[in-house]
Design a protein around this ligand. Sequence first.
Ligand code: SF4
Ligand code: SF4
Length: 661
Amino acid sequence: MAEIPLRETFWNIPLWGIVGVYAGGAIALAIFGWGVWRRVALWRKGGPEMRWDRIPARIGKVIREVLFQARILSQSYPGIMHAAMFWGFLALFIGTAIATIDWEITRLLFDVRILKGPFYLAFELTLDLFGAFLLIGLGLACWRRFVRRPSRLEPTGKFAYAIAILFVLALTGFVIEAARLAVTQPAWAPWSPVGWTLAKAMLASGMGEGALRGLHLSLWTFHALLVFVFIALIPHTYFAHLIATPLNIFFTKLGPRGALAKIEKLEEQETFGVSEFAQFSWKRRLDFDACIECGRCQDVCCSQLSGGVLNPKKVIGKLKRYMHAGDTRPLHGEIITAEELWACTTCMACVQECPAHIDIVDTIVDLRRYLALSEGAFPSTTGTTLQNIQRLGNPWGLDPADRLGWAKGLDVPLLEAGQPVEYLYWVGCSASYDARNQKIARSMVKILRQAGVSFGVMAEERCHGEVGRRLGEEYLYQTAAEENIGNLRRYDFRKVLTHCPHCFNTLANEYPQFDGGQFEVVHHSVLIDELLRTGRIIPRAGTDQTVAFHDPCYLGRQNGVFDAPRAVAAAVPGVKLIEIPRNRARAVCCGGGGGQMWMEVHARKRINIIRAEEIAATGAATVAVGCPYCLTMLDEGRKVAGAEERLQVKDIAELVAESLG
Ligand code: SF4
Ligand code: SF4
């Protein structure tokens, strides 16, 4: 009768080795547990933050992002590299757990072996293959970090020892297996293809049983010691991300990415934002520990692209070191400078890329809030901008009575209480006052009229305060929000229509944080797309032109609207729609968000110029946008880039309105 395949546990291991495994394992686990306890205690010193809601959705995130490595794999080389290491490591971890259950639980308690027969063969094959994946992943990591050396990675000893320890563990595991197979030569040895190949090489080299047994025992002892060192080191070293990063993904922000947290009961607060490290919440502390220092955020940050001072990887790294060092130096100025904080456009490119799901922008805004609300320390001209919003309801400080000047001659209906309309058209400050952007609102009115959509504008409209909120001036923002919500509630409309993604994000995602602030909000790209699809407007006129669509950060990356504006642009006769190399969720910011529109920006080359050059290089005659900020920034960018003659900038509403004749 054929022998049943069965796992041989502690083959060739004397009693002292078996006793050593249990003793060493217990010590390693105790040091591990102590380390985890210390880390958790450190996180728990932070302030409260509610992240225990929607547990099934959180588990789903962990499955998608940790188990399936979804975001990690969005970049090919580092993605494959990390996934190979992760899956290899995970398989070996699960394999060890199954082997322990088999030997210590089912065998001892029930006299049943799990690891036998076909299951054992599949187990051997799987572990062998995944062990090989781990080695391949480690090789790729070593090559990238220490040979290719991309600027976003540091080739330091911390990473060298992390790679080395895992490499030696995986390699010795294979050699130990090979030595055992070379001696025992079971019929099922080919089910361990890597180990068996090595075993055959050992036999071919003339190694006898004594040598093989000696090699096996010495390497097994070394391997076991290294495993214990590794387990003990996990919570105390870079390997802590094995715990912190999956936990951080579990506690990730589930609401709209673009919504900042509200400061509740603002009038009762004694301090605002974060002035001292102790004021960070526990989640923010977990964020800092979850950072794997991959530099993906640095690569996409528009401040970095333009040679500015802000590097999100460095900001998170500094805060992590500060937390662990128990540093007492002032956070503001000494650790994080105001220049770094104000350089952020809140574009969320970093957050979109971060495989650890770190709330980088929320941290920056928390720090800004202290500067704004406690110190009143605003950059350059933004103090005046904020005063203008507060006093006159628009950032330019123009006369509120002129707010509807854009509608002159259009006979635009003003909302009246008790007279229902389908859409309240929220025009926003840019299209109300800025001559170039007024054309967007006028185009929109033409489209709505031709489609027979019932709409009206609100005479009391004023700035929604988003610039204030992004600059940390939460008080101004909340005042504006409450006033606007009170006014909106006076009218009878089904939906709010807006052509500005900043207005969209504020009204759709942030106003719901206030009583009565829940509105259904539609971006004009979505409505125009619907009007086109249902035949309520039919574009007829057009000239042959190549059009590239630039995704606004607050529309695409932050609110997931990518297809509608493209469909709208493509519906115009003669338009050949092309893509800019960095597009959709990976589009580069125009540089206007986060209050940057109102600041003097210090950079080697401003990001709007870089973006305009990138667009001009596609050969497009027109760059279509769906945001007044993008329109203004790219309009300026193309002029500075010397592309004024060959590249025009238009909102998608303008493109459609022109084609309606
Ligand atoms: S939000 Fe944009 S500008 Fe700010 S740190 Fe992230 S990538 Fe850089
Ligand atoms: S913050 Fe995120 S993207 Fe940036 S280095 Fe850390 S883990 Fe990587």
